[in-house]
Design a protein around this ligand. Structure first.
Ligand code: PDD
Length: 280
């Protein structure tokens, strides 16, 4: 595989990052994941806008213009012959030469890494036909989940708890309400209404979320941005999640309780179709 590191396209075994990089020592960095379908980047502009915001929130300078980011993404997709898959992008605060809690000088060059992962048949995932089962776990992450940082230890632990429980993902719960999934935004459906938590510092502002809610309104669905509980999800007609890598994925069970009749719902299926049709 060819990867990108600080301006160079290299075979992955030749890529080098300092042991003093703040991304490595402090999880001091941000990332984006953009899906590729048929060689095309999905909703690239949205990911670029969020990247810029994450960097600003952490007082880091964006090392590239949107056009430069696009050129790097396209070059990697081409060099790795990616038809279906994803591009991962990470910007860390770089290597100040020593370990120190205080940020280094603002003009320290950031470390920029991109790589691709091939996922043949990404849009035809069989899971979309059967749906995900999820468990709930407490949300003990930090208070700025709107910044897409690389500190993903707790979401990884939650994903492992789900795996051990024999299900697909975990929904994180804070003060009695679902915040989001380990790496996706969470929704329930009641009749013609799609309900999802409002944007705040509590959740990541999903790029897929923004697109799906826009398409839902265009398709004459009602959208309500508010908190919901696990109990409300269990008694809802349907549930689903969205992310750049799973698109729209139906959820059919929460904490062992089937949602609706326990099969993939009509609204989730329709929103997945609309999303894929519009974005490809
Ligand atoms: N995860 N919430 C969290 C905590 C996430 O990590 C993600 C994305 C989302 C969905 O955002 P988007 O629609 O922009 O992908 C919500 C990516 C896919 C990941 O970490 O792999």
């Amino acid at each position: 595989r060819t990867v990108y590191v600080n301006g160079d396209y290299l075979p992955e075994h030749e890529a080098r990052i300092s042991v003093f990089d703040r991304g490595f020592l402090m999880a001091d960095g941000v990332y984006e994941v953009t899906s590729v379908l048929d060689g095309k980047l999905i909703d690239f502009a949205g990911h670029c806008t969020r990247l810029a915001r994450s960097l600003t929130e952490l007082e880091m300078t964006n090392p590239h213009s949107d056009d430069e980011w696009l050129a790097i993404h396209r070059a990697l997709v081409a060099q790795n012959g990616i038809a279906d898959g994803m591009v991962y992008l990470q910007v860390t605060r770089g290597n100040p030469g020593d370990r120190d809690f205080a940020y280094p000088a603002a003009d320290l060059p950031p470390t920029v890494v991109l790589f691709t992962q091939a996922k043949p048949g990404l849009a035809d995932s069989p899971a979309a036909k059967t749906g995900w089962k999820v468990i709930s776990v407490p949300d003990v992450r930090w208070g700025r989940r709107d910044i897409k940082t690389v500190q993903l230890l707790y979401p990884s632990m939650a994903k492992m708890a789900a795996k051990k429980a024999g299900v697909d993902d975990a929904w994180l719960v804070e003060d009695g309400f679902v915040t989001e999934g380990t790496s996706n935004n969470a929704y329930i459906v009641k009749g013609n209404k799609i309900i999802t938590r409002a944007l705040s510092h509590d959740i990541l502002h999903g790029i897929t979320r923004a697109a799906v809610l826009r398409f839902a309104v265009e398709a004459q669905m009602e959208v309500e941005e508010r908190n919901f509980t696990i109990a409300e999800a269990q008694s809802a007609d349907e549930a689903f999640i969205t992310s750049a890598s799973a698109f729209v994925m139906p959820v059919v069970e929460v904490d062992g309780t089937a949602i609706g009749n326990g099969t993939v719902g009509r609204v989730a299926t329709r929103m997945r179709e609309i999303y894929l049709d519009e974005m490809r």
